[in-house]
Design a binder for this molecule. Structure first.
Ligand SMILES: [Fe+2]
Ligand SMILES: [Fe+2]
Length: 279
């Protein structure tokens, strides 16, 4: 009998699968295998270690362009809405890889097993999000790969290949938190266009993304506590080191608070001064 794959090997398999549907099928089936194993005591699957690729495998389409070359979208038109959903699908597919990458990349770091549970769950949800948005694109006569997409999205992962705290600060606590800020506006656009399928998909994404940001802040606080570091100071240092540019208000302060990110984490990094609050 061959030994079961370790979790780090499963993660690497997802990262080295190019096709979006094949990648997300594998991601969901590995997540189900992991959570079934976690019901058993002892868990028959080890975390293991792996050497994930620096860049995940990606399908031949979409063509990846630098951010300034990706055509601007006009949200008022059907083509603009398709472009917006296409961009969301691209973000979700990147997120699948980002969550499996944190598992494989940092599998050698001694961490509670709950760290791995959280990112497997997040990767599973991202896989579902990608498929939901692919279904919306297909209902509108398009598909993922039909338009060019943003090349820059893996940059944060590359910059933080050997810095787990940097990875947590920039990926879930900055990039995914940004998703909480912008998703309500997107839901509004699709509501106005009466595209119920897209509204429902974005609402699932919006509710589940809060927990991904929360996993980020939870493990960031954990690592700061283990090293006896001040989380707010370290967060500011790491975001300034790895994230180019300022954070953009308006912030979704309520959902950010739900996810464990207080205002004094992000306002000092914003490109404007915090507005005065009514007393
Ligand atoms: Fe997502
Ligand atoms: Fe996410």
């Amino acid at each position: 009998m061959t030994a079961p794959l370790t979790l780090a090997q499963m993660a690497t398999q997802v990262l080295t699968t190019a096709d979006g549907k094949a990648k997300t099928d594998l991601s969901r089936s590995h997540a189900a295998t992991w959570f079934a194993a976690r019901q058993q005591d002892p868990c028959p699957i080890e975390i293991g270690t792996a050497q994930p690729p620096l860049h995940p495998a990606r399908p031949e389409h979409p063509e990846l362009l630098s951010p300034r070359d990706v055509p601007k979208r006009k949200p008022g038109s059907e083509a603009g809405r398709i472009a917006m959903l296409h961009a969301v699908a691209h973000i979700e597919l990147n997120a699948v890889d980002l969550h499996w990458d944190i598992i494989a990349r940092f599998s050698h770091v001694p961490l509670p097993v709950g760290f791995f549970d959280d990112w497997v769950k997040a990767a599973d949800e991202e896989s579902k999000h990608f498929r939901l948005i692919c279904d919306c694109l297909e209902s509108l006569g398009s598909h993922y790969g039909a338009l060019p997409a943003h090349r820059g999205m893996w940059k944060a992962a590359e910059d933080t290949v050997d810095d787990l705290m940097g990875r947590l600060a920039v990926v879930p606590m900055v990039l995914e938190a940004r998703g909480l800020d912008v998703t309500p506006g997107m839901i509004k656009i699709f509501k106005q266009a009466k595209l119920t399928q897209a509204v429902e998909a974005l609402e699932v994404i919006y509710s589940e993304e809060v927990s991904h940001v929360a996993y980020g802040s939870k493990w960031f606080y954990f690592l700061c506590g283990r090293e006896n570091l001040d989380p707010k100071e370290v967060f500011h240092q790491l975001v300034r080191k790895y994230f180019r540019g300022a954070l953009k208000p308006p912030f979704n302060e309520e959902k950010r608070a739900d996810a464990g990110i207080p205002p004094d984490f992000y306002w000092p990094l914003a490109d404007t001064v915090k507005p005065m609050q009514g007393l």
